[in-house]
Design a protein around this ligand. Structure first.
Ligand SMILES: *[C@@H]1O[C@H](CO)[C@@H](O)[C@H](O)[C@H]1NC(C)=O
Ligand SMILES: *[C@@H]1O[C@H](CO)[C@@H](O)[C@H](O)[C@H]1NC(C)=O
Ligand SMILES: *[C@@H]1O[C@H](CO)[C@@H](O)[C@H](O)[C@H]1NC(C)=O
Length: 104
């Protein structure tokens, strides 16, 4: 019974999206924070100056950073930035896995 339960948990975690994007209005992970673990298009609500993209990269999930309809960055493997260059600051993120096309 216990063994079965462990297998079920492993199967669930293997199929789930295992990423988190957290973004902040100021450098160094400070100020207003936005966070999601979901796939799709999200308006951050502010121009983000720092972020943490927490992902093991092996789940095939990636993120595109956008300022409106302009792409400012793209990551699949985990990456954090305490001070996003002004040209690359973003107010929208698009996340997806596998063959999903990410458009700003
Ligand atoms: C972040 O905070 C550290 C320590 O508080 C500081 O040394 C560093 O300069 C800060 N960096 C940015 C980008 O704000
Ligand atoms: C962030 O980087 C810019 C450009 O390199 C620099 O001018 C600014 O002082 C940095 N901000 C912080 C808080 O470290
Ligand atoms: C984001 O786009 C707006 C126009 O939609 C522009 O005014 C602004 O300078 C851009 N910001 C960055 C950081 O690129």
């Amino acid at each position: 019974m216990k063994f079965t339960a462990v297998l079920a948990v492993l199967a669930a975690s293997a199929s789930a999206n295992a990423f988190t994007i957290a973004a902040w209005a100021n450098t160094n992970y400070s100020g207003t924070q936005f966070q999601t673990t979901g796939t799709g298009t999200y308006n951050v609500g502010f121009l983000a100056k720092s972020y943490k993209w927490i992902s093991d990269g092996r789940d095939g999930c990636c993120i595109k950073f956008c300022n409106g309809s302009r792409e400012t960055g793209y990551r699949c493997g985990a990456y954090s930035n305490t001070n996003v260059t002004s040209a690359n600051q973003f107010n929208k993120v698009v996340t997806g896995c596998g063959s999903t096309v990410l458009n700003c």
